[in-house]
Design a protein around this ligand. Structure first.
Ligand code: G3H
Length: 255
């Protein structure tokens, strides 16, 4: 609105920092529900921040989704001398190829002249398949690289939107509704208070792994994600939220 225009978005950034208790907040103008370029602007902000914080030989784990795909589109070389490794944060092949974490990791590596390792593991995974798969040497090696990531870039989704997009079983969707799930990140579904109400069994980064990661960068915007973002921040670790004006205003409106 008019105030944001004349003050810049720094006032709004400060309000979001206080409300969500997050160290860094970057807000880009607009509403990414309506315009693709707003997602790209969040991606550009992410690329600029990454340039400042990445260290030589860092491993960067990325999740899937259309927001992360846009971030990959606008990624540029981080630092000519240094080498970086991009990995998917988890196996996840339930989504369209262009939105899968593997695709995004390889695309970010290409744009930055970095390396990548991929992880092709179905998600969700049965308990018995899980035990067998994590003991496969080639998968185990990639998993160790993922768990040792220095930086994580991830999206947040609206719970039911994500469940439907991933063709989740009706029984699980019913469970999400009963438990009032509002957000999804890393295969975890959270209610408005940040309680985990469902988790997809998957290999890769788990919520508890985030505490040892140097930088967790969250990218999520759009008016429709305001409540989802608030919910994730009640529980999930993040050092930086990159969002848009429409989501920020929605977050401030919420209780
Ligand atoms: O986990 C969250 C989703 O990956 C977000 O997907 O960026 O397409 O809304 P999206």
């Amino acid at each position: 609105d008019f105030m944001n225009e004349i003050m810049g978005l720094s006032v709004l950034e400060k309000q979001i920092k206080d409300k969500l208790q997050v160290e860094h907040v970057i807000i880009v103008p607009g509403n990414s529900d309506d315009y693709e370029w707003v997602k790209q602007d969040m991606g550009k902000a992410c690329a600029a921040f990454l340039k400042k914080i990445v260290q030589p030989n860092n491993t960067i784990a990325v999740t899937g989704g259309t927001t992360m795909a846009s971030a990959a589109d606008v990624m540029t070389v981080l630092n000519k001398e240094n080498n970086y490794l991009f990995v998917p944060a988890r196996g996840g092949i339930g989504e369209k190829v262009e939105n899968q974490a593997n695709t995004i990791a390889s695309e970010m590596a290409r744009k930055t002249n970095g390396d990548y390792r991929l992880l092709y593991v179905p998600d969700p995974l049965s308990e018995s398949a899980y035990q067998t798969i994590i003991n496969e040497p080639s998968i185990n090696e990639t998993l160790q690289q993922i768990k040792g990531a220095n930086v994580v870039l991830h999206g947040i989704g609206d719970a039911l939107t994500m469940a439907k997009r991933r063709k989740t079983a009706e029984t699980t969707i019913a469970k999400l509704k009963t438990n009032k799930a509002v957000s999804e990140a890393f295969g975890y579904y959270f209610d408005k208070d940040g309680n985990v109400v469902h988790k997809v069994r998957t290999v890769g980064i788990q919520l508890e792994d985030l505490s040892t990661i140097d930088y967790v960068i969250t990218i999520a915007g759009g008016k429709s994600k305001g409540q989802a973002i608030t919910s994730y921040f009640k529980q999930g670790k993040s050092d930086l939220l990159i969002t848009d004006e429409a989501a920020a205003e929605q977050i401030l409106r919420g209780s």
